[in-house]
Design a protein around this ligand. Structure first.
Ligand code: AR6
Length: 188
């Protein structure tokens, strides 16, 4: 069951234009029919495991080709942590993929700040694209080792605090534990 969050005090059915509606879903990010999905990538932008691998497998080779071009032209040393860039969605239902690099939890001096930056920079890129519905995975909570109970409130707070024209942010969570952590964060 998707569950929805509203900013406190916002009457049902009316949303502030500057605050995206947050929707939670337990499922697979790659099948989401949204304008853009966000990839939990690494600095190389050359693919990897986890949700990154799943996106490149489902989206086909055009995504990697565009990532190579972004590396060549804009980020020869790799995409910094907390930044985001966009490619087309290839064969995915989503029109665009926004690639961002989350913090490696154990190696970061400010994991919450860097994770927040992933979300705000991704929404900024979404605004530049004109994307109105954006689906995020639980960035950094897999290979990068960010505990889900800490990452969920940081991610939700970042989206709630973002100024964006995106109307809906959908967190697509893999597994019950991740879903429930986001549910608790949203209820705060
Ligand atoms: N849909 C939704 N969530 C998923 C999916 C999916 N298809 N697959 C995995 N998850 P991770 P990170 C969840 O490891 O921690 C890659 O190798 C997963 O359960 O994908 O940011 C990159 O190339 C977890 O909760 O990303 C980087 O090198 C969450 O997505 C590195 O991993 C994030 O897990 C990035 O690590």
């Amino acid at each position: 069951m998707p569950s929805e969050g509203r900013p406190e005090g916002t009457p049902k059915g009316r949303y502030s234009a500057l605050v995206p509606r947050i929707v939670l879903l337990e499922g697979d990010l790659t099948t989401q029919d949204v304008d853009a999905i966000v990839n939990a990538a690494n600095a190389s932008l050359m693919g990897g495991g986890g949700v990154d691998g799943a996106i490149h497998r489902a989206g086909g080779p055009s995504i990697l080709a565009e990532c190579r071009e972004i590396r060549r032209t804009s980020f020869p040393d790799g995409l910094p942590t907390g930044r985001a860039v966009a490619t087309g969605g290839g064969d995915l239902p989503a029109r665009w993929v926004i690639h961002t690099v989350g913090p490696v939890y154990a190696a970061s001096a400010d994991p919450a700040g860097e994770l927040a930056s992933c979300h705000t920079d991704s929404l900024k890129v979404a605004d530049e694209l004109g994307a109105r519905t954006v689906a995020f995975p639980a960035i950094s909570t897999g290979v990068f080792g960010y505990p889900i109970v800490e990452a969920a409130p940081a991610a939700v707070a970042a989206v709630r605090g973002a100024e964006t024209a995106v109307a809906e942010v959908r967190f697509v969570l893999f597994g019950r534990e991740a879903f429930e952590a986001f549910e608790r964060a949203l209820a705060r």
